[in-house]
Design a binder for this molecule. Structure first.
Ligand SMILES: [Zn+2]
Length: 537
Protein backbone atom coordinates (compact mmCIF):
# COMPACT_ATOMS: atom_id res chain seq x y z
CA UNK A 1 0.00 0.00 0.00
CA UNK A 2 1.41 3.41 -0.95
CA UNK A 3 -0.71 5.76 1.13
CA UNK A 4 -3.48 5.61 3.72
CA UNK A 5 -5.56 8.76 4.19
CA UNK A 6 -7.31 8.49 7.56
CA UNK A 7 -9.23 10.47 10.20
CA UNK A 8 -11.26 12.29 7.57
CA UNK A 9 -14.85 12.85 6.61
CA UNK A 10 -14.47 11.40 3.13
CA UNK A 11 -17.48 11.97 0.87
CA UNK A 12 -16.77 9.62 -2.01
CA UNK A 13 -19.84 10.50 -4.16
CA UNK A 14 -19.92 6.75 -4.80
CA UNK A 15 -23.19 5.20 -3.64
CA UNK A 16 -21.44 2.01 -2.50
CA UNK A 17 -19.41 3.95 0.11
CA UNK A 18 -21.08 7.34 0.57
CA UNK A 19 -18.97 8.36 3.54
CA UNK A 20 -15.91 6.80 5.16
CA UNK A 21 -13.09 8.02 7.36
CA UNK A 22 -10.20 6.34 5.61
CA UNK A 23 -8.98 5.33 2.20
CA UNK A 24 -6.12 3.18 0.92
CA UNK A 25 -4.29 4.12 -2.27
CA UNK A 26 -1.93 2.17 -4.47
CA UNK A 27 -0.37 3.38 -7.73
CA UNK A 28 -2.54 6.48 -7.58
CA UNK A 29 -5.77 4.47 -7.42
CA UNK A 30 -8.23 4.03 -4.54
CA UNK A 31 -8.15 0.36 -3.64
CA UNK A 32 -10.07 0.23 -0.36
CA UNK A 33 -12.40 2.40 1.73
CA UNK A 34 -13.56 2.02 5.30
CA UNK A 35 -12.91 2.91 8.92
CA UNK A 36 -9.53 4.15 10.22
CA UNK A 37 -9.01 0.82 11.93
CA UNK A 38 -9.73 -1.24 8.81
CA UNK A 39 -7.58 0.88 6.53
CA UNK A 40 -4.62 1.40 8.87
CA UNK A 41 -4.49 -2.38 9.28
CA UNK A 42 -3.56 -2.55 5.58
CA UNK A 43 -0.46 -0.38 6.07
CA UNK A 44 2.94 -1.90 5.46
CA UNK A 45 6.31 -0.54 6.55
CA UNK A 46 6.65 1.71 3.53
CA UNK A 47 3.10 3.03 3.64
CA UNK A 48 2.69 6.78 4.03
CA UNK A 49 -0.05 7.69 6.51
CA UNK A 50 -1.81 11.01 6.03
CA UNK A 51 -3.97 12.34 8.86
CA UNK A 52 -6.83 14.37 7.39
CA UNK A 53 -7.46 16.00 10.77
CA UNK A 54 -11.19 15.27 10.81
CA UNK A 55 -11.70 17.44 7.74
CA UNK A 56 -14.01 17.03 4.76
CA UNK A 57 -12.39 15.30 1.79
CA UNK A 58 -14.11 14.78 -1.53
CA UNK A 59 -13.29 14.15 -5.20
CA UNK A 60 -11.01 16.86 -6.61
CA UNK A 61 -12.72 19.57 -8.61
CA UNK A 62 -12.78 19.90 -12.36
CA UNK A 63 -13.44 23.19 -14.14
CA UNK A 64 -15.07 22.25 -17.45
CA UNK A 65 -14.57 25.48 -19.30
CA UNK A 66 -11.74 27.90 -18.83
CA UNK A 67 -8.69 29.33 -20.56
CA UNK A 68 -5.38 28.45 -18.89
CA UNK A 69 -3.14 30.46 -21.18
CA UNK A 70 -5.47 33.42 -21.37
CA UNK A 71 -5.56 33.45 -17.57
CA UNK A 72 -1.76 33.25 -17.51
CA UNK A 73 -1.51 36.23 -19.84
CA UNK A 74 -3.91 38.21 -17.65
CA UNK A 75 -1.40 38.14 -14.85
CA UNK A 76 0.51 40.66 -16.97
CA UNK A 77 -2.48 42.97 -17.19
CA UNK A 78 -4.07 45.39 -14.73
CA UNK A 79 -6.94 43.45 -13.16
CA UNK A 80 -9.96 45.75 -13.37
CA UNK A 81 -12.46 43.30 -11.90
CA UNK A 82 -13.12 45.32 -8.79
CA UNK A 83 -13.13 48.82 -10.30
CA UNK A 84 -16.06 50.80 -9.00
CA UNK A 85 -15.80 53.65 -11.49
CA UNK A 86 -14.28 54.69 -14.79
CA UNK A 87 -12.25 57.27 -12.84
CA UNK A 88 -10.57 54.46 -10.89
CA UNK A 89 -9.60 52.71 -14.14
CA UNK A 90 -8.38 55.96 -15.67
CA UNK A 91 -6.11 56.52 -12.67
CA UNK A 92 -4.58 53.03 -12.94
CA UNK A 93 -3.77 53.64 -16.59
CA UNK A 94 -2.33 57.09 -15.91
CA UNK A 95 -0.03 55.56 -13.28
CA UNK A 96 1.06 52.74 -15.59
CA UNK A 97 1.78 55.04 -18.55
CA UNK A 98 5.33 56.21 -17.65
CA UNK A 99 6.47 52.61 -16.98
CA UNK A 100 4.84 51.33 -20.16
CA UNK A 101 6.53 54.11 -22.13
CA UNK A 102 9.93 53.27 -20.64
CA UNK A 103 9.55 49.51 -21.14
CA UNK A 104 8.17 50.04 -24.65
CA UNK A 105 5.09 47.96 -23.85
CA UNK A 106 1.33 48.35 -23.99
CA UNK A 107 -0.96 49.47 -21.19
CA UNK A 108 -3.14 46.40 -20.71
CA UNK A 109 -6.25 46.04 -18.63
CA UNK A 110 -8.71 43.20 -18.23
CA UNK A 111 -12.05 42.26 -16.72
CA UNK A 112 -13.66 45.69 -16.45
CA UNK A 113 -17.43 45.74 -16.29
CA UNK A 114 -19.02 49.14 -16.81
CA UNK A 115 -22.31 47.81 -15.40
CA UNK A 116 -20.70 48.13 -11.95
CA UNK A 117 -19.38 51.69 -12.34
CA UNK A 118 -20.83 54.55 -10.35
CA UNK A 119 -19.81 57.50 -12.54
CA UNK A 120 -20.74 56.30 -16.06
CA UNK A 121 -21.93 53.17 -17.83
CA UNK A 122 -20.14 54.10 -21.05
CA UNK A 123 -17.12 52.07 -22.04
CA UNK A 124 -14.09 54.27 -22.77
CA UNK A 125 -13.70 55.05 -26.48
CA UNK A 126 -10.45 55.97 -28.21
CA UNK A 127 -10.80 59.65 -27.28
CA UNK A 128 -11.11 58.81 -23.57
CA UNK A 129 -8.02 56.60 -23.83
CA UNK A 130 -6.02 59.04 -25.99
CA UNK A 131 -6.45 61.55 -23.16
CA UNK A 132 -4.50 59.13 -20.92
CA UNK A 133 -1.73 58.49 -23.47
CA UNK A 134 -1.58 58.92 -27.21
CA UNK A 135 1.96 57.60 -27.68
CA UNK A 136 1.55 54.27 -25.84
CA UNK A 137 -0.91 51.63 -27.10
CA UNK A 138 -3.78 50.98 -24.68
CA UNK A 139 -5.93 47.84 -24.73
CA UNK A 140 -8.66 47.31 -22.11
CA UNK A 141 -10.80 44.19 -22.33
CA UNK A 142 -14.28 43.84 -20.87
CA UNK A 143 -14.87 41.01 -18.37
CA UNK A 144 -16.87 39.02 -20.92
CA UNK A 145 -13.83 38.96 -23.23
CA UNK A 146 -15.97 39.79 -26.24
CA UNK A 147 -15.18 43.47 -26.49
CA UNK A 148 -12.08 45.61 -26.04
CA UNK A 149 -11.39 49.34 -26.02
CA UNK A 150 -8.31 50.70 -27.79
CA UNK A 151 -6.72 54.11 -28.09
CA UNK A 152 -5.69 55.50 -31.48
CA UNK A 153 -2.09 54.30 -31.08
CA UNK A 154 -3.26 50.72 -30.41
CA UNK A 155 -5.58 50.82 -33.42
CA UNK A 156 -2.66 51.99 -35.56
CA UNK A 157 -0.20 49.39 -34.27
CA UNK A 158 -2.83 46.67 -34.80
CA UNK A 159 -3.44 47.76 -38.39
CA UNK A 160 -7.09 48.57 -37.64
CA UNK A 161 -6.91 52.34 -37.99
CA UNK A 162 -7.46 52.38 -41.74
CA UNK A 163 -10.56 50.16 -41.61
CA UNK A 164 -13.83 51.84 -42.59
CA UNK A 165 -17.40 50.81 -41.85
CA UNK A 166 -18.40 50.18 -45.46
CA UNK A 167 -15.34 48.11 -46.43
CA UNK A 168 -14.12 46.28 -43.35
CA UNK A 169 -14.54 42.62 -42.54
CA UNK A 170 -13.49 43.25 -38.94
CA UNK A 171 -15.97 43.42 -36.06
CA UNK A 172 -15.43 46.96 -34.88
CA UNK A 173 -17.38 50.15 -34.26
CA UNK A 174 -17.07 53.55 -35.91
CA UNK A 175 -17.78 57.06 -34.65
CA UNK A 176 -19.82 59.78 -36.29
CA UNK A 177 -16.61 61.02 -37.92
CA UNK A 178 -16.44 57.70 -39.80
CA UNK A 179 -13.22 56.71 -38.01
CA UNK A 180 -12.82 53.68 -35.73
CA UNK A 181 -14.09 54.71 -32.28
CA UNK A 182 -11.89 52.22 -30.43
CA UNK A 183 -14.41 49.44 -29.71
CA UNK A 184 -13.47 46.12 -31.25
CA UNK A 185 -15.37 42.89 -30.83
CA UNK A 186 -15.16 39.11 -31.01
CA UNK A 187 -12.46 37.69 -33.34
CA UNK A 188 -11.07 41.16 -33.96
CA UNK A 189 -9.94 41.36 -30.33
CA UNK A 190 -7.40 38.66 -31.14
CA UNK A 191 -5.56 40.97 -33.60
CA UNK A 192 -3.97 43.26 -30.99
CA UNK A 193 -3.65 40.33 -28.56
CA UNK A 194 -1.61 38.44 -31.13
CA UNK A 195 0.79 41.40 -31.21
CA UNK A 196 1.33 42.02 -27.49
CA UNK A 197 0.68 38.38 -26.52
CA UNK A 198 3.08 36.76 -28.96
CA UNK A 199 4.76 34.67 -26.27
CA UNK A 200 7.79 32.53 -26.92
CA UNK A 201 7.54 28.79 -26.33
CA UNK A 202 9.31 29.15 -22.98
CA UNK A 203 7.05 32.01 -21.88
CA UNK A 204 4.01 29.96 -22.91
CA UNK A 205 5.21 27.04 -20.81
CA UNK A 206 5.83 29.28 -17.81
CA UNK A 207 2.38 30.87 -18.06
CA UNK A 208 0.65 27.49 -18.39
CA UNK A 209 2.55 26.00 -15.47
CA UNK A 210 1.81 28.99 -13.26
CA UNK A 211 -1.90 28.81 -14.15
CA UNK A 212 -2.03 25.08 -13.31
CA UNK A 213 -0.28 25.64 -9.98
CA UNK A 214 -2.78 28.35 -9.05
CA UNK A 215 -5.66 26.04 -10.02
CA UNK A 216 -4.31 23.40 -7.62
CA UNK A 217 -4.70 25.89 -4.78
CA UNK A 218 -8.42 25.94 -5.49
CA UNK A 219 -8.72 22.15 -5.34
CA UNK A 220 -8.77 21.78 -9.10
CA UNK A 221 -7.33 18.52 -10.41
CA UNK A 222 -8.49 18.83 -14.00
CA UNK A 223 -9.42 21.62 -16.36
CA UNK A 224 -11.20 21.58 -19.68
CA UNK A 225 -9.33 24.46 -21.22
CA UNK A 226 -9.52 26.40 -24.47
CA UNK A 227 -6.09 27.76 -25.37
CA UNK A 228 -5.52 27.48 -29.10
CA UNK A 229 -6.18 30.31 -31.59
CA UNK A 230 -7.47 32.51 -28.82
CA UNK A 231 -4.65 34.90 -27.95
CA UNK A 232 -3.30 34.78 -31.47
CA UNK A 233 -4.38 32.93 -34.59
CA UNK A 234 -2.56 29.77 -35.66
CA UNK A 235 -0.70 29.28 -32.39
CA UNK A 236 -1.84 25.68 -32.07
CA UNK A 237 1.51 24.12 -32.87
CA UNK A 238 3.41 26.29 -30.41
CA UNK A 239 0.89 25.82 -27.61
CA UNK A 240 0.62 22.09 -28.18
CA UNK A 241 4.40 21.89 -28.10
CA UNK A 242 4.33 23.79 -24.79
CA UNK A 243 1.98 21.21 -23.26
CA UNK A 244 4.07 18.31 -24.61
CA UNK A 245 7.27 19.74 -23.15
CA UNK A 246 5.59 20.43 -19.80
CA UNK A 247 4.50 16.77 -19.72
CA UNK A 248 8.02 15.58 -20.62
CA UNK A 249 9.58 17.83 -17.98
CA UNK A 250 7.09 16.73 -15.30
CA UNK A 251 5.77 20.29 -15.06
CA UNK A 252 2.07 19.68 -15.73
CA UNK A 253 0.68 19.38 -12.19
CA UNK A 254 -3.00 18.91 -13.16
CA UNK A 255 -4.94 17.05 -15.84
CA UNK A 256 -5.68 19.03 -18.95
CA UNK A 257 -8.53 18.19 -21.32
CA UNK A 258 -8.05 20.55 -24.22
CA UNK A 259 -11.05 22.12 -25.94
CA UNK A 260 -9.40 22.62 -29.31
CA UNK A 261 -10.57 25.90 -30.77
CA UNK A 262 -10.94 26.63 -34.48
CA UNK A 263 -12.87 29.30 -36.32
CA UNK A 264 -12.41 28.05 -39.90
CA UNK A 265 -12.96 24.65 -41.50
CA UNK A 266 -9.54 24.77 -43.18
CA UNK A 267 -7.85 25.28 -39.78
CA UNK A 268 -9.71 22.26 -38.45
CA UNK A 269 -8.80 20.20 -41.50
CA UNK A 270 -5.12 21.10 -41.04
CA UNK A 271 -5.31 19.89 -37.46
CA UNK A 272 -7.04 16.66 -38.44
CA UNK A 273 -4.27 16.11 -41.00
CA UNK A 274 -1.75 16.15 -38.13
CA UNK A 275 -3.21 12.77 -37.18
CA UNK A 276 -4.12 13.25 -33.52
CA UNK A 277 -7.09 11.20 -32.41
CA UNK A 278 -9.93 12.35 -30.21
CA UNK A 279 -9.29 11.46 -26.55
CA UNK A 280 -5.62 10.73 -27.28
CA UNK A 281 -3.45 11.25 -24.20
CA UNK A 282 0.02 12.70 -23.83
CA UNK A 283 0.69 12.21 -20.12
CA UNK A 284 -1.78 14.38 -18.24
CA UNK A 285 -2.71 16.21 -21.43
CA UNK A 286 -5.65 14.84 -23.42
CA UNK A 287 -7.24 15.97 -26.67
CA UNK A 288 -10.81 16.98 -25.97
CA UNK A 289 -13.57 18.24 -28.23
CA UNK A 290 -13.38 20.80 -31.00
CA UNK A 291 -14.34 24.18 -29.52
CA UNK A 292 -16.25 26.74 -31.54
CA UNK A 293 -17.17 30.27 -30.55
CA UNK A 294 -20.52 31.13 -32.08
CA UNK A 295 -21.64 34.34 -30.44
CA UNK A 296 -20.78 36.99 -27.89
CA UNK A 297 -22.08 37.96 -24.48
CA UNK A 298 -25.32 39.32 -23.07
CA UNK A 299 -23.67 42.30 -21.36
CA UNK A 300 -22.14 43.57 -24.60
CA UNK A 301 -25.35 42.79 -26.56
CA UNK A 302 -23.36 40.54 -28.86
CA UNK A 303 -25.05 37.25 -27.89
CA UNK A 304 -27.15 36.22 -30.91
CA UNK A 305 -30.86 36.45 -30.09
CA UNK A 306 -33.89 35.43 -32.16
CA UNK A 307 -35.67 38.66 -31.11
CA UNK A 308 -34.20 42.13 -30.77
CA UNK A 309 -32.67 43.13 -27.44
CA UNK A 310 -35.59 44.62 -25.54
CA UNK A 311 -33.34 47.45 -24.30
CA UNK A 312 -31.49 47.94 -27.60
CA UNK A 313 -33.99 48.16 -30.48
CA UNK A 314 -32.71 46.90 -33.82
CA UNK A 315 -29.89 44.90 -32.20
CA UNK A 316 -30.01 41.10 -32.23
CA UNK A 317 -26.36 40.29 -31.57
CA UNK A 318 -24.25 38.29 -33.89
CA UNK A 319 -23.61 34.65 -34.84
CA UNK A 320 -20.00 34.20 -35.84
CA UNK A 321 -20.64 31.17 -38.04
CA UNK A 322 -22.97 31.06 -41.01
CA UNK A 323 -25.22 27.99 -41.06
CA UNK A 324 -23.08 26.44 -43.82
CA UNK A 325 -19.76 27.06 -42.08
CA UNK A 326 -21.06 25.75 -38.79
CA UNK A 327 -22.32 22.64 -40.54
CA UNK A 328 -18.92 22.15 -42.20
CA UNK A 329 -17.20 22.28 -38.80
CA UNK A 330 -19.55 19.75 -37.19
CA UNK A 331 -19.44 17.53 -40.26
CA UNK A 332 -15.63 17.40 -40.20
CA UNK A 333 -15.52 16.79 -36.46
CA UNK A 334 -18.28 14.18 -36.33
CA UNK A 335 -16.89 12.06 -39.15
CA UNK A 336 -13.43 12.14 -37.58
CA UNK A 337 -14.68 11.03 -34.18
CA UNK A 338 -14.37 14.38 -32.43
CA UNK A 339 -17.08 15.96 -30.33
CA UNK A 340 -17.84 19.64 -30.69
CA UNK A 341 -18.53 22.03 -27.85
CA UNK A 342 -19.84 25.39 -28.99
CA UNK A 343 -20.06 28.65 -27.11
CA UNK A 344 -23.71 29.73 -27.34
CA UNK A 345 -25.15 32.40 -25.12
CA UNK A 346 -28.09 33.62 -27.19
CA UNK A 347 -31.07 31.54 -28.32
CA UNK A 348 -30.39 32.21 -32.02
CA UNK A 349 -26.87 30.85 -31.63
CA UNK A 350 -28.23 27.79 -29.81
CA UNK A 351 -30.86 27.28 -32.50
CA UNK A 352 -28.13 27.05 -35.16
CA UNK A 353 -26.31 24.45 -33.07
CA UNK A 354 -29.44 22.38 -32.38
CA UNK A 355 -30.28 22.23 -36.08
CA UNK A 356 -26.69 21.44 -37.04
CA UNK A 357 -26.21 18.66 -34.47
CA UNK A 358 -29.51 17.11 -35.52
CA UNK A 359 -28.22 16.89 -39.10
CA UNK A 360 -24.73 15.52 -38.41
CA UNK A 361 -25.75 12.84 -35.96
CA UNK A 362 -28.17 11.50 -38.52
CA UNK A 363 -25.56 11.65 -41.27
CA UNK A 364 -22.76 9.96 -39.31
CA UNK A 365 -24.31 7.98 -36.49
CA UNK A 366 -21.73 6.99 -33.89
CA UNK A 367 -22.45 5.65 -30.43
CA UNK A 368 -21.86 7.58 -27.25
CA UNK A 369 -20.92 10.98 -28.62
CA UNK A 370 -20.83 13.85 -26.17
CA UNK A 371 -21.26 17.04 -28.10
CA UNK A 372 -21.98 19.95 -25.82
CA UNK A 373 -22.93 23.57 -25.55
CA UNK A 374 -20.82 25.95 -23.50
CA UNK A 375 -22.77 28.56 -21.51
CA UNK A 376 -26.25 27.65 -22.93
CA UNK A 377 -27.85 30.67 -21.30
CA UNK A 378 -30.73 32.20 -23.27
CA UNK A 379 -33.21 29.59 -24.47
CA UNK A 380 -36.86 28.66 -24.20
CA UNK A 381 -38.25 25.42 -22.84
CA UNK A 382 -38.88 24.03 -26.32
CA UNK A 383 -35.19 24.41 -27.21
CA UNK A 384 -34.26 22.87 -23.88
CA UNK A 385 -36.43 19.85 -24.73
CA UNK A 386 -34.55 19.39 -28.02
CA UNK A 387 -31.26 19.87 -26.15
CA UNK A 388 -32.16 16.84 -24.05
CA UNK A 389 -33.43 14.83 -27.01
CA UNK A 390 -30.02 15.19 -28.67
CA UNK A 391 -28.23 14.26 -25.47
CA UNK A 392 -26.11 17.39 -25.53
CA UNK A 393 -23.92 18.09 -22.52
CA UNK A 394 -24.60 21.45 -20.83
CA UNK A 395 -21.43 23.29 -19.77
CA UNK A 396 -22.71 26.02 -17.47
CA UNK A 397 -21.06 28.75 -15.38
CA UNK A 398 -23.27 29.22 -12.32
CA UNK A 399 -21.24 32.20 -11.14
CA UNK A 400 -22.37 34.14 -14.22
CA UNK A 401 -25.70 34.85 -12.49
CA UNK A 402 -23.80 37.25 -10.26
CA UNK A 403 -23.45 39.76 -13.10
CA UNK A 404 -26.06 38.50 -15.57
CA UNK A 405 -28.97 38.71 -13.14
CA UNK A 406 -28.57 42.49 -13.39
CA UNK A 407 -29.05 42.61 -17.16
CA UNK A 408 -30.84 39.54 -18.56
CA UNK A 409 -34.42 40.58 -17.76
CA UNK A 410 -33.85 43.94 -19.43
CA UNK A 411 -32.23 42.33 -22.47
CA UNK A 412 -34.71 39.53 -23.19
CA UNK A 413 -37.74 40.23 -20.98
CA UNK A 414 -38.80 38.22 -17.90
CA UNK A 415 -40.76 35.61 -19.88
CA UNK A 416 -37.65 34.32 -21.67
CA UNK A 417 -35.33 35.15 -18.74
CA UNK A 418 -37.04 32.68 -16.44
CA UNK A 419 -36.78 29.88 -19.01
CA UNK A 420 -33.08 30.67 -19.45
CA UNK A 421 -30.25 29.55 -17.11
CA UNK A 422 -32.76 26.91 -15.97
CA UNK A 423 -30.38 24.40 -14.39
CA UNK A 424 -33.14 22.82 -12.30
CA UNK A 425 -34.98 21.75 -15.42
CA UNK A 426 -31.82 20.37 -17.06
CA UNK A 427 -31.27 18.08 -14.10
CA UNK A 428 -34.93 17.09 -13.85
CA UNK A 429 -34.83 16.16 -17.53
CA UNK A 430 -31.69 14.06 -17.02
CA UNK A 431 -29.30 16.27 -18.99
CA UNK A 432 -25.63 15.87 -18.10
CA UNK A 433 -24.69 19.30 -16.80
CA UNK A 434 -21.18 20.23 -15.73
CA UNK A 435 -19.77 23.42 -14.25
CA UNK A 436 -17.02 25.85 -15.13
CA UNK A 437 -15.77 29.35 -14.53
CA UNK A 438 -14.77 30.53 -18.01
CA UNK A 439 -11.71 31.90 -16.21
CA UNK A 440 -10.40 34.61 -16.69
CA UNK A 441 -14.00 35.83 -17.12
CA UNK A 442 -14.58 34.69 -13.53
CA UNK A 443 -11.95 33.29 -11.13
CA UNK A 444 -11.50 29.52 -11.37
CA UNK A 445 -12.61 28.88 -7.82
CA UNK A 446 -15.25 26.10 -7.77
CA UNK A 447 -16.60 26.94 -4.30
CA UNK A 448 -18.20 30.32 -5.19
CA UNK A 449 -19.44 28.71 -8.38
CA UNK A 450 -21.14 25.96 -6.35
CA UNK A 451 -22.54 28.65 -4.07
CA UNK A 452 -24.20 30.50 -6.96
CA UNK A 453 -25.54 27.26 -8.48
CA UNK A 454 -27.44 26.69 -5.24
CA UNK A 455 -28.35 30.23 -4.15
CA UNK A 456 -28.75 31.88 -7.60
CA UNK A 457 -27.70 35.10 -5.89
CA UNK A 458 -26.81 38.11 -7.99
CA UNK A 459 -24.17 40.70 -7.12
CA UNK A 460 -26.90 42.60 -5.25
CA UNK A 461 -27.36 39.60 -2.93
CA UNK A 462 -30.86 38.86 -4.22
CA UNK A 463 -31.68 35.39 -5.58
CA UNK A 464 -32.58 35.49 -9.28
CA UNK A 465 -35.27 32.95 -10.25
CA UNK A 466 -34.12 30.78 -7.32
CA UNK A 467 -36.51 28.02 -8.41
CA UNK A 468 -34.07 27.38 -11.29
CA UNK A 469 -31.25 26.54 -8.86
CA UNK A 470 -29.90 23.14 -7.84
CA UNK A 471 -29.13 21.36 -4.58
CA UNK A 472 -25.68 21.35 -3.00
CA UNK A 473 -25.16 17.70 -4.00
CA UNK A 474 -26.12 18.48 -7.58
CA UNK A 475 -23.83 21.52 -7.67
CA UNK A 476 -20.88 19.50 -6.33
CA UNK A 477 -21.57 16.82 -8.95
CA UNK A 478 -21.28 19.47 -11.68
CA UNK A 479 -17.63 20.00 -10.69
CA UNK A 480 -16.80 16.33 -10.09
CA UNK A 481 -18.88 13.42 -11.42
CA UNK A 482 -20.59 15.23 -14.28
CA UNK A 483 -17.33 16.85 -15.30
CA UNK A 484 -15.79 13.39 -15.54
CA UNK A 485 -18.70 12.29 -17.71
CA UNK A 486 -18.08 15.17 -20.11
CA UNK A 487 -14.54 13.89 -20.74
CA UNK A 488 -15.57 10.19 -20.94
CA UNK A 489 -13.84 9.52 -17.63
CA UNK A 490 -16.78 8.54 -15.43
CA UNK A 491 -15.20 5.11 -14.89
CA UNK A 492 -11.84 6.62 -13.94
CA UNK A 493 -12.47 9.79 -11.97
CA UNK A 494 -15.09 12.13 -10.54
CA UNK A 495 -15.81 10.01 -7.44
CA UNK A 496 -13.55 8.35 -4.89
CA UNK A 497 -14.99 4.89 -5.44
CA UNK A 498 -12.74 1.83 -5.43
CA UNK A 499 -10.80 1.63 -8.69
CA UNK A 500 -10.90 5.38 -9.35
CA UNK A 501 -7.87 7.67 -9.47
CA UNK A 502 -7.25 9.23 -6.09
CA UNK A 503 -7.84 12.85 -7.09
CA UNK A 504 -9.06 14.57 -3.97
CA UNK A 505 -9.62 17.92 -2.32
CA UNK A 506 -9.65 18.57 1.43
CA UNK A 507 -11.55 21.60 2.72
CA UNK A 508 -11.11 23.50 5.99
CA UNK A 509 -14.86 23.39 6.70
CA UNK A 510 -17.59 20.82 6.14
CA UNK A 511 -19.77 22.40 3.46
CA UNK A 512 -22.46 19.77 4.03
CA UNK A 513 -22.94 20.73 7.66
CA UNK A 514 -22.57 24.50 7.45
CA UNK A 515 -24.97 27.15 6.28
CA UNK A 516 -24.59 27.68 2.53
CA UNK A 517 -23.30 31.23 3.13
CA UNK A 518 -20.23 29.69 4.83
CA UNK A 519 -19.21 28.25 1.47
CA UNK A 520 -17.74 31.63 0.57
CA UNK A 521 -15.50 31.44 3.66
CA UNK A 522 -14.38 27.88 2.98
CA UNK A 523 -10.97 27.15 1.57
CA UNK A 524 -8.87 24.32 0.26
CA UNK A 525 -6.26 22.87 2.59
CA UNK A 526 -4.99 20.03 0.41
CA UNK A 527 -5.22 18.86 -3.19
CA UNK A 528 -4.25 15.31 -4.10
CA UNK A 529 -3.65 14.01 -7.62
CA UNK A 530 -2.90 10.37 -8.40
CA UNK A 531 -2.69 9.76 -4.65
CA UNK A 532 0.11 12.34 -4.24
CA UNK A 533 -0.28 15.55 -2.27
CA UNK A 534 0.12 18.20 -4.99
CA UNK A 535 -0.82 21.20 -2.85
CA UNK A 536 -0.95 21.74 0.86
CA UNK A 537 -1.83 24.99 2.59
ZN1 LIG B 1 -14.66 30.74 -22.65
Amino acid sequence: MDTIFYNGVIKTLDSAWPQVSAMAVKDGVVIALGSDEEMLALAGEETKKVDLGGKLAMPGFCDTHMHLLFYGSFVRRIDMTNAKSWEEIRQWCVEDAPKAREEKRWILGSCFNQDYWSDTRKMPDRHDLDAIADDVPIFLQRACGHIACLNTKALQVSGLWDERADTTKETMDFGEDGLPNGYIRENTTSIPQAIFGNYSLEETKDLLEMACKNALKKGIVQVHTDDFNIIGENDLEKNLQAFKELVEEGRLPIRVYEQIRFQHPDQLQQFLDMGYKAKQRIGRFKFGPIKLLNDGSIGSHSAALRQEYKNDPGVKGLSLFSDEELYQMYDLAQKNGYDVVTHCIGDASLEQVLQTVDKVIKKYPRPNWRHGVIHCQIMDAEQQDRFKKMNLVAYVQPIFVKADSNVVDDCVGPELAKQSYNWRRYIDMGVHMCGGSDCPVEPFDPLPNIYHAVTRKGSNGKPWYPENGVTLDEAVAMFTKEAAYASYEEDERGTLGVGKYCDMVVLDKNIYENDIEELLNTSVVMTVIDGQIAYEK
